[in-house]
Design a protein around this ligand. Sequence first.
Ligand code: NAP
Length: 306
Amino acid sequence: MTRILITGASGLLGLNLSLLETGRHVIIGVDRSKLAGTPFELIRADLLDRQAADHILDTVRPDAIIHTAANANVDACESDPQGAQRLNAELPGELAEACAKRGIRLAHISTDAVFDGTLERPYTESDTPNPLGVYARTKLAGERNVLAANPQAIVARVNFFGLSLSGTRSLSEFFFNKLSTGQQCNGFTDIYFCPLFVGDLAETLVKMLDKNLSGLYHVVGSEALSKYAFGQRIARQFGFDADLVIPRSVEESGLKARRSHNLRLSIHKLSTDLGLEIPSVSTGIEKFYTQAQQGYPQKMRSYQQI
Ligand SMILES: NC(=O)c1ccc[n+]([C@@H]2O[C@H](COP(=O)([O-])OP(=O)(O)OC[C@H]3O[C@@H](n4cnc5c(N)ncnc54)[C@H](OP(=O)(O)O)[C@@H]3O)[C@@H](O)[C@H]2O)c1
């Protein structure tokens, strides 16, 4: 079994990844203070502490790291550009260098939001990014810092949905929370994306490490749809009233950061190099539904530090 260190272990991706891979691999999660009693080992650390990364790597001696920790709140990044620069741009480069020195494999998580969305086709890894806001700009700088320090690293541009510790982190939870209580909610008709179920993303990332892939990859779902259509699909899967999802333009939403209208990414390189089909959003929504029905939210919350 491989020893995998997962940063951001309390986050939407990090917690799902850690829980799913425990038992298949030895998982060590880095957490600031949100978790307790998890079935995987925990290390308490603030990764912004300058000595933290070196100390963790020398103590844990992992075979691989999946670096999910970030400021992933697009609007919060607009309010704290310096903090976002430190966490999303500088830290990944430092971690990549520390991994390169020690021969540790690294999968770094980036975002589909690096593109401005002006192309009228899915973006490939060769297309030129043009970030629209602080989050996207700092994530792009993070990608570049990682690959400059450690060309053997994987940089995965992702978009995903699923269940989180807070119950409010993902777009799927946003729609679920509104629709399950009979509330109307806005669904953007003018943002197209390729969401991947978080469990499918977790498994794909580990397969990429197992296959020793390196470099930049788009790691998203195999189907593009609007955020409005995604909300309607969640409604139908759970048997909620799909008319509660109100079609709206993101331009009338009043959100702080500018959003790209086309977040469609091509997964041709990924599926070719992995030799696998990447799951669709339809099967992902079914898995999201099954987890919600089978007590996974309660299981997650049982690991929350009180
Ligand atoms: N969610 C999406 O659809 C999406 C889309 C595209 C890309 N991404 C990328 O995917 C990755 C994971 O996103 P997510 O949605 O899982 O994020 P998330 O739920 O907001 O989790 C972020 C994690 O980072 C941790 N963290 C933040 N600052 C830290 C620090 N100084 N030291 C240690 N840990 C720290 C957080 O810990 P605390 O709990 O203690 O704050 C949390 O565990 C990110 O790189 C994000 O940019 C996400």
